[in-house]
Design a protein around this ligand. Sequence first.
Ligand code: WT7
Length: 647
Amino acid sequence: MESVSHENRLFPPTSEFVENAHISGMDAYKAMYVKSLEDPEGFWAEAAQDLHWFKPWDSVLDASNAPFYKWYDGSRTNLSYNCLDRNIEAGLGNKVAIHWEGEPGDTRELTYKQLHLEVCRFANALKARGLQKGDRVAIYLPMIPELAIAVLACARIGAVHSVIFAGFSADSIRDRVLDSETCMVITGDGGYRRGKMLELKKIVDEGVASCACVKDVIVVKRGDEHPVDCPMQDGRDSWYHELVADVSDDCTAEEMEAEDLLFLLYTSGTTGKPKGIMHTTAGYQVFSYLTSKYVFDLKADDVYWCTADVGWITGHTYIVYGILQNGVTQVMYEGAPNHPDEGRFWEIIEKYKVSIFYTAPTAIRAFMKWGDKWVTGRDLSSLRLLGTVGEPINPEAWIWYHKMIGAERCPIVDTWWQTETGGHMLTPMPGATPTKPGCATTPFFGIEPAILTDDGKEVEAGILAIKKPWPGMLRGIYGDPQRFKDTYWCKWGGKYYFPGDGARRDEHDYIWILGRVDDVVNVSGHRIGTAELESVFVEHKDVAESAVVGVPHEIKGQGLIAFVTVIEGRDHDDHLRKELIAMIDKSIGKFARPERILFSSDLPKTRSGKIMRRILRDIAEGKELGNTTTLADPGVVEELQEQFLKS
Ligand code: WT7
């Protein structure tokens, strides 16, 4: 764990921002926070009042079967209803929900009414294909409106969506589809990325070729202008536009039970097998709604833009569910930040008069590298609030964001959370918290963090724990309740949630996130388990063993360095390196490629045969080695260091 320097400058919000904010000033935040901990059920009951319930709850929190907590038990509700119908009833039907812009520059605009119509039609099409409440549906689409429509259509009829980021490989699709026994895949013929068309349908075909559970593949046509070769399989595949052509506009939202499964989202852990994180209906609904409202200080005339992909949790919560429930207008963009040039994001902010901008530290570092010239000359005066998510932000990048993009006027919310938490956990309140560059600061309402040692003692720097349940929390790992308990609830005897991050508390009682304490690496804000890569490498016939570690990376935050030992007598050269990279592309996706692959005859191990990752990390960072006395064979380290310097 490495501390993000000792940055202590304080940046309070401007008085103008404070005056108009939902949570106005630190005293207001503190009072409300204290209340939320003293009476969590009262707090969360009140928060839920803004939303529509077909039937109210009997109890706010049921902790009788911890860690299988239940929220709003006894209630019935529907998230698609709360995102759409509720807002239309409130008179927002003609308000723009989504300004969409494709990478080539094509645009679409959907009002709440139009979005509602599209969702209802597609939901009816799904029902016509026989899809039922509880069925799992994989969604593998580019960032086009149909991605949000498909998600909301599933929620409307109670089907469980499992969105797979469109950068994942065919093998990853297969593993996810089989793990959740998905009966349907919704995909597209393609999507644009850096001027090229990604041929998504082909990847899906390969991925589901051996999946007997998949009966239906629905294909959205994206390649109108540049037709994509997209063979359709008789009896299995159908075109989206044909299915929605002759269905009704009316689709009553299914009355969902509070703990009915809403979605699965697969994420990496410390083993080779990704976990299907389960989020359920009522608690996630309230948490995504309330965190969006307060952390982004959402107001009726805001234009919000989150640059994440709906394929990650950020897009689920802060593009689709949380943002639409608040009835604001947002921008959705399909492509890369540097297409056709490095000024694209600032052009979009200027064009749509974006007022709230939420992006990742890795993107900010890339913008810094591309240079200020892409920003100067753009009118960014519409911006009033900035946010970051996904990894610790280094103070340099924070200051650049604050000055160049925020004109030293916009508060920055550095939001710490996870796929598992469903929404923001640690974050400044933009109209209250004086921020510090690189610091996620204070807990959201109802969240009680602690910093502990392995055996549960409170310390200043150690392991982050969450002491109380919260509505947006994950409810399980699909098909594996034991792994759910073992991974998140065993660390401190089942009492607290273990997120897997290290943290430090400073003199202002602010919390600094110090990075993961497990074998999960955060590459450009994407979580990758080192074990996932290792299990791919050892499938190669010439590979004996492998260990992958994360190292600091200038743009990506962290990069991966792979150490691979080759079976004696086999070649290890660039050819093998290329084969191994091709295997990563195929098994996980290009985004998981390691920066470097080092070959050696052995790995540094203890006398009991345990690989010493700490030493590998030191080698990979070119550092002086720490204590090596427990090594079984110190010679191995010298060989690796030599390799590292040569390659
Ligand atoms: C892990 C969760 C949260 C949605 C995107 C990533 C790291 C996330 C921050 C932040 C420092 C952060 C943590 C966390 N992380 N946000 N603001 N500061 N670290 O979701 O893929 O589930 O990854 O990302 O290590 O555990 P995810």
